[in-house]
Each structure stands twice: as C-alpha cells, then as structure tokens.
Design a protein around this ligand. Structure first.
Ligand code: SAM
Length: 248
C-alpha cells in the first residue's frame, strides 16, 4: 500500500466528515475493492486509488468518465481506476460483464440518491454487489439543511416549498428538483435494502453557509465541521446526511 495519508485534513471542510468516517476502512492498510456508484469525475475514486485501493466507478455520464480517466492517469493511478458507463439502478447488469462483478468491500453512493429514478432500487442493487460484511457509504442532501440555506440566501418561498417537500422550482423552467432526505427516511431506505446502518452524521453544518469570501481559516472550519458532524442539534441542520451501512 502507498504510504499516502487518508486524513480528512487534506480535504475541503465540507467533505472532511465523510473522509473521517471512512478513514478506519480505507486507512487500515488493506487494499479494498471499491465501487463508486455515480462517482462522476473521480472526486473520491482518485484519492482512494492513490491510497492503493482498486476502484470501479459506475456512472451514466460519458463526459464524467472521460474526466475520471484523465484525472486517474494524471495522478498515476490509471491502472487502479475503472470507469463503467451505466446506471445505479441496474448494477447487476452493468457489472455482469466484469470479472469479478460483485463482492465489493466498500461501495460509495454520494450525492446520487437525489437524482436516480428510485433510491430504494439503487440501494438494493448496491447491497446485492457487496460482499457479506461489506459496507456502503451513503451521502445525500438533508432536507432541513436545504430549507435553512435557501432561507438564508433570501428565498423564503423556496425554503417553505422544500420544507413541505414540494418542488421549489415548479413554476420555473429548471431541471426537475433534486430529492432531499430527512435522516430517518434515509435510514429507512438503507434498512429496506437489507443493510444495517450505523449512526448518521451531518455533512457540512456550517461550511456551505459560510461566505467563501469570509476569509475564515479553512483548517478551523474543518475542525469545527468534524466536531459538529455527530453532535445534536447541529447535525440536524447540516447540508448533507451521511451513513455507513453494512451488508449482514
Ligand atoms: C452530484 S454528482 C456526484 C458525484 C460524486 N459521487 C461526488 O460525490 O462527487 C451526481 C453523479 O451521479 C451521476 N448519476 C446520475 N444518474 C445516475 C444513475 N441513475 N446512476 C448512477 N449515477 C448517476 C451523475 O452522472 C453524476 O456524476
């Protein structure tokens, strides 16, 4: 295994809590088979490959996969990153052409359940390709955080629509609204897929609310995020919700 650290300290504050949660798995010194569903252009896949893990990214976007391949090559880890064009709802088919096509140690499903056709199907498909004891890292938009950030940005009508789970952009010509999740609903979806969730954490309690020009010290923001991530009542209003779940 390369000696590169997996420390959350390298990363932007908003992602620090996810990396900190994954650290015991990805920093344990054992190369893992990782599946990154909707992994896009490799925000997670490339750093994971740099840590010595073997990463398969399934994503429908050819553009994202081309960027992924470029990034992986530039980072010198092209041989450990594989991009496969396909849909998270059809993983068993998408992966059937690969050998081996299942048995993953770790799956990532980050910022994807918001946009797939059916989050329950996607999570079931992921559960189906994990080995027994394998884990999935699920991160999704938190409805309470979305309400708060729209309100603070000066959009109370949209904030109320989000609170009531209505499409905040219904009257405008914009792409369909992304789904948002209350933490309990996300946990229920995870359990419904036959996975055992751990306790959930809030992602980006303050980082997304801070004005980028505020000049706040990024190390201090990161330290604050890590302290707030599993602390109530702060985690409840975070921008995102994250849970690690295990396939029994
Ligand atoms: C917001 S990006 C998240 C990228 C990455 N997971 C991250 O956290 O940086 C959403 C990604 O989901 C992908 N996506 C959209 N529909 C999908 C589907 N049905 N199955 C898998 N991925 C999908 C998009 O192409 C895009 O790369």
């Amino acid at each position: 295994m390369p000696t590169e650290t997996s420390s959350a300290e390298q990363l932007p504050p908003r992602g620090a809590a996810v990396w900190a949660a994954l650290d015991p798995l990805i920093g344990a010194g054992t190369p893992l088979r990782v599946l990154d569903v909707g992994g896009g252009s490799g925000m997670f896949a490339v750093p994971l490959a740099r840590l010595g893990h073997d990463v398969t990214v399934v994503d429908p976007s050819a553009d994202a996969l081309a960027t992924l391949a470029r990034r992986a090559d530039t980072a010198g880890v092209g041989e450990r990153v594989r991009g496969v064009q396909g849909d998270g709802d059809l993983l068993h088919e998408v992966l059937s052409t690969l050998a081996p096509g299942g048995g993953y140690d770790l799956a990532l499903c980050h910022s994807v359940l918001e946009v797939v056709d059916d989050p329950a199907v996607t999570l079931r498909e992921i559960a189906g390709v994990l080995r027994s004891g394998g884990q999935v890292s699920v991160a999704a938009a938190n409805r309470a955080g979305a309400v708060l950030s729209r309100a603070l940005a000066g959009h109370p009508v949209e904030a109320l629509a989000l609170l009531e789970d209505r499409d905040p952009a219904a009257a405008r010509t914009r792409p369909a609204a992304r789904r948002r999740f209350a933490p309990d609903d996300l946990l229920a979806l995870v359990e419904g897929a036959g996975l055992a969730p751990g306790s959930w954490r809030g992602l980006s309690v303050v980082a997304d609310l801070l004005d980028a020009a505020s000049g706040a010290d990024q190390d201090a923001v990161r330290a604050l995020e890590l302290a707030l991530t599993d602390t109530s009542p702060y985690r409840e209003v975070a921008t995102g919700v994250h849970v690690l779940a295990t396939r029994p």
